[in-house]
Design a binder for this molecule. Structure first.
Ligand SMILES: NC(=O)c1ccc[n+]([C@@H]2O[C@H](COP(=O)([O-])OP(=O)(O)OC[C@H]3O[C@@H](n4cnc5c(N)ncnc54)[C@H](OP(=O)(O)O)[C@@H]3O)[C@@H](O)[C@H]2O)c1
Length: 304
C-alpha cells in the first residue's frame, strides 16, 4: 500500500465524543474536514469503531459518498477490539476483546457504517490481555478470504506482543499505530520503532501534536495527555519555526517525518486551514542539528 506521508485522523470529526450529541452542523463540519484533507493530498484516512460510538465512521462514509470517486482514490483504515462499558449487558465492563467472533463482528459493523466493501487496513486498537494469537490469525484469515480487509496491523502493542501475533499470522502485519510526538518519546527507545525498521511495519503516530499542545492549543486531551508539560520546549520549536519560516505544528510534524522508520503522522484537526497547514510538513526537511536540538529540548536534559 502506498499513501501520502500524512494520514488524516477521524477521531474528532463528529465534534463530540457523545453519539447522542452529534448535530447536523457537526456532521457537515466533519465531512468538510475529510474533504479538505482529500483536497490537500491526504490519501489515508484513519478511524475506529469506538470513535463517537461509530458516528465518526458514518461521517467518513458520508464524505466518501459525497465526492464522486473518492473511495477509489483513498485508503481507509479503521480499528476494532475495544468493547465499551454496557456492551452487551448494562453491567458489562469496558474491556478488550480479540475473540475471533468479536473481531469479525466489529469489522463487519465498521464496513456497514463506512458503507464500503473492503477496509484497506484493519488495526487491533489496544492489546487484549486474553488475546490468543492463533484465534486472531483465524479471524484475520477469515476477513481477508471474504474480501472484507486487505491488510492488518496493530495499535498500542508492546513489541514482544507484535512478534507473538506475527508468528501466528499467515500474512505480514503492515502497520503499528502508537502515540508519538515531541511530548511522547517512548516509541524511540522502547523498541517500537526498532521493530518497525526490522519488520517493515509502518509506524503511524497518533496525537502527533500531543492533542494540540504542540500546535495552537488543545481542547480535548486524553487523561494521560493532561500530564504533559511541553511549555519548557515550545521556545525551541518556535525558534526552528521562525528560522525556517514555518509554523510550530509543521515543524513538530516534520520532526516525526525525519525518522528513518518512515513515521506516518495522523493529523487530527477538523479545521480545513490547519489540515492544509499540516500538509506542508513533508516539504520541510529538518537538518540533523535541528532534529537533535528539538529532541534535547523535549527530553528536558542533555543526551548521555
Ligand atoms: N490508536 C489510538 O489509540 C489512537 C488514539 C488517539 C488518536 N488516534 C488517531 O490519531 C488521530 C490524531 O490524534 P489527535 O487528534 O489527538 O492529533 P493531534 O494532531 O495531536 O491533535 C489534534 C488537536 O489539536 C488541535 N490543534 C491545535 N493546533 C493545531 C494545529 N496547528 N494543527 C492541527 N491541530 C491543531 C486540533 O484542534 P482543531 O480541530 O480545533 O484544529 C485538535 O483538537 C485521531 O484522529 C485518530 O485517528 C488513535
Amino acid at each position: 500500500m502506498q499513501s501520502s506521508r500524512l494520514a488524516y485522523g477521524c477521531w474528532r470529526v463528529a465534534g463530540t465524543w457523545n453519539p447522542a450529541a452529534v448535530t447536523p452542523e457537526g456532521r457537515a463540519t466533519g465531512r468538510r474536514a475529510v474533504i479538505a484533507a482529500h483536497e490537500a493530498g491526504y490519501t489515508l484516512f484513519d478511524n475506529a469503531d469506538i470513535y463517537c460510538g461509530g458516528e465518526a465512521e458514518r461521517i467518513l462514509g458520508e464524505a466518501l459518498r459525497e465526492v464522486s470517486g473518492l473511495r477509489e482514490r483513498v485508503l481507509i483504515a479503521t480499528k476494532g477490539g475495544i468493547r465499551v462499558g454496557g456492551d452487551p449487558r448494562p453491567d458489562s465492563p469496558p474491556r478488550y476483546d480479540f475473540s475471533a467472533a468479536h473481531i469479525v463482528r466489529a469489522c463487519e459493523g465498521s464496513l456497514q457504517r463506512l458503507g464500503i466493501e473492503t477496509i484497506d487496513l484493519y488495526l487491533l486498537h489496544r492489546p487484549d490481555y486474553l488475546a490468543q494469537p492463533e484465534e486472531v490469525a483465524k479471524a484475520f484469515s477469515q476477513l481477508r478470504a471474504a474480501g472484507k480487509v486487505r491488510h492488518f496491523g496493530v495499535s498500542n502493542f508492546r513489541p514482544t506482543l507484535v512478534t507473538a501475533l506475527q508468528a501466528a499470522c499467515p500474512m505480514p502485519l503492515v502497520a503499528h499505530q502508537v502515540e508519538i510526538s515531541l511530548a511522547r518519546l517512548e516509541a524511540f527507545t522502547d523498541g517500537t520503532l526498532d521493530q518497525c525498521l526490522i519488520e517493515r511495519l509502518t509506524p503511524m503516530a497518533w496525537s502527533p501534536l500531543a492533542g494540540g499542545l504542540l500546535g495552537g492549543g488543545a481542547s480535548d486531551l486524553l487523561p494521560s495527555q493532561k500530564l504533559y508539560r511541553p511549555e519548557p520546549f515550545l521556545p525551541a520549536l518556535d525558534a526552528v519555526a521562525r528560522a525556517r519560516g514555518a509554523t510550530r505544528a509543521t515543524v513538530a510534524l516534520a520532526w516525526l517525518l525525519k525518522h528513518p522508520s518512515n513515521i506516518l503522522p495522523i493529523v487530527g484537526s477538523i479545521r480545513p486551514e490547519r489540515i492544509r497547514e499540516a500538509a506542508q510538513a513533508p516539504a520541510l526537511e529538518l537538518t540533523r542539528e535541528e532534529w537533535y536540538r528539538l529532541l534535547i529540548a523535549a527530553r528536558g536534559e542533555p543526551l548521555p
